[in-house]
Design a protein around this ligand. Sequence first.
Ligand code: SF4
Length: 218
Amino acid sequence: MNETMLRVGNAEIPAPTHISLYGTVPDSIVDGPGLRYAVFVQGCSHGCPGCHNPDSQPVEGGTVTAISDLLADIEANGLVRNVTLSGGEPFEQPAACAVLARELKRRGYGVWSYSGYLYDDLAKRTATARAERDRRAEAGLEDAAQVEGLERDLAIGALLDNLDVLVDGPFVESRKSLELKWCGSSNQRLIDVPATRRTGSVVLWQPTTFDLEKPSNW
Ligand code: SF4
């Protein structure tokens, strides 16, 4: 992995080489279907009461890790083909998480992410940033993506571009349920990101089902 830029639509922004981690779990069975490598990033501004990982909320205190080392650790686990980004808030390190997700997709991994933000707000931020970046490029401003906040919102789009499923929305304690699969409270949605981006409206992810039938000659 030696690319120094991250492509976002027709724009490019610098690609970080490091990510701040709260921790990793190489064999999670609770962060999405099947066996997964879970990456918990450091830092989250949502402050949900009842947060499952309060120590992951401060921006400071994470373990700054080379994304290439993290990828090598994931690849060293031959049983895992799916990775989940959680936290902390992956969309508050969007460029680093986008680089990680892009490299994972290139290697054929499935990638899920959790976020305390709503998909609709993330999509609106990235659409606004892309329009602003295009406007600045058309106006001949060389630093078309180099504006406070613009790079970050472009990176949000790059992260969305490399996700299979986004579990969105904050954890709401009054809507907590232990019956729910892969989310903590009933306001959270499991979103099929490629289908949602294709159609322009939120498509909920449906788990693959297998209907096993006995052969007729049994
Ligand atoms: S979004 Fe997640 S990590 Fe952040 S405060 Fe809420 S529950 Fe905790």
